[in-house]
Design a protein around this ligand. Structure first.
Ligand SMILES: Cc1ncc(COP(=O)(O)O)c(C=O)c1O
Length: 359
């Protein structure tokens, strides 16, 4: 898939380019392809390894074939340790019937009614001939107002609705066990595609891209940011724009991956020119999926001037932040800027309907 760079008019002497990941694929472009790529590869591998010898050509002799299927929580994965749940799951899987050779690998993941991750996972799995299950926050009636879920269903994703209360504890072992009982074995991708495989894919975002002094991306879970940071060149400053209300939680999360992905820990921004990698938390506009009139006006004007469509949740806040940081003289003079457009426009129709926005 080809990456495209779009030049914007320089702003106050800053040359600004946009990496249009959103154009890489109409259904799973943006950061989604990168987050899904190695997860899907691993899901297929796990499934293949469970097939009996003689049925699957690529079966490899391995004592812990089921390990990846069992690593279900980000916390477990981060610890790198086998949790109690892993052990139980390993035992259960080794007892379970070997799948028929016609069985498809199954991916289960989580998201809200307008989730870009759900949309793209459904499309990607469908294309790869993989079964997908979306565990969706909310009751089934959210479906009527969700072009995202309607699309996911049209791509054969099985939608499983759970209450908001239950959703909060969605990675608890008991709940995942319940899901296993209901759906059989699956490969679990955490909400937003945020796991080691997701980061591994995002390390490839800057491959074959020229050097820029500043690289900006938007952060939900900061999986994308971690991957970009892990691949940053010397003297390249990677700046994340958080779309969530909060202090430095995302920075802490990124730093937990520092050792494994071999990057230096980042620190919160304090004052003055920004010259080291960080995640800024003052551009969330009230929190996740919130906005104000200033943001809407910016989005409209930017799109008209540059012919680049933005989404409301992630990229509008990202692009707004870059121009605002320049206005406030917080970026070092004469430095080049690359903004990563991570997609998300699929969610605009649902967002506009929800907030009665006339674009
Ligand atoms: C369009 C878009 N951009 C950015 C992000 C944030 O990515 P991350 O969760 O890796 O920080 C998301 C969420 O996955 C997204 O859908």
């Amino acid at each position: 898939m080809k990456k495209r760079i779009q030049h914007l008019s320089p702003y106050k002497n800053f040359p600004i380019d946009v990496l249009r990941l959103d154009l890489m694929h109409p259904l799973y472009g943006g950061n989604k392809y990168f987050k899904l790529k190695y997860n899907v590869e691993k899901a297929v591998q796990c499934h293949t390894e469970r097939l009996p010898a003689g049925k699957a050509g690529s079966r490899r002799a391995k004592t812990n074939n089921h390990e990846h299927l069992c690593l279900v929580t980000a916390e477990d994965a981060k610890r790198g340790a086998e949790s109690e749940f892993d052990k139980t799951c390993r035992t259960e899987l080794s007892r379970s019937a070997t799948p028929n050779k016609n069985d498809k690998p199954t991916i289960l993941t989580f998201g809200g009614a307008h989730s870009n991750h759900i949309y793209s996972t459904a499309a990607y799995c469908n294309e790869q001939n993989i079964k997908s299950i979306g565990v969706i926050r909310g009751e089934e009636n959210v479906m009527a107002n969700s072009p995202t879920l309607q699309f996911a269903q049209s791509k054969s994703m099985h939608l499983h609705f759970i209450s908001r209360e239950k959703y909060k504890n969605k990675t608890d072992n008991d709940f995942v066990n319940e899901l296993k009982k209901e759906f059989g074995d699956f490969y679990l991708i955490p909400e937003g595609g945020n796991n080691d495989e997701g980061i591994k894919g995002c390390i490839e975002i800057l491959n074959d891209v020229d050097f820029y002094d500043y690289v900006f991306c938007t952060c939900g879970t900061a999986c994308t940011y971690s991957g970009i940071l892990a691949s940053a060149k010397q003297n390249q400053t990677i700046i994340g724009i958080s779309v969530l209300k909060g202090e430095n939680e995302l920075i802490d999360e990124v730093n937990e991956n520092a050792l494994k992905f071999k990057f230096d820990k980042i620190a919160p921004y304090k004052s003055g020119s920004i010259n080291s990698p960080t995640i800024l938390n003052k551009y969330h506009f009230g929190g996740y999926a919130k906005h104000d009139q200033k943001l809407l006006d910016f989005k409209k004007k930017f799109e008209q001037q540059n012919n680049i469509p933005l989404d409301y949740i992630y990229t509008s806040k990202l692009f707004y932040a870059v121009y605002d940081l320049i206005d406030q003289n917080l970026l070092e003079q004469n430095k080049s800027i690359l903004i990563i457009h991570s997609g998300g426009q699929q969610g605009n129709a649902g967002y506009e309907a929800r907030y009665k926005i006339n674009p």
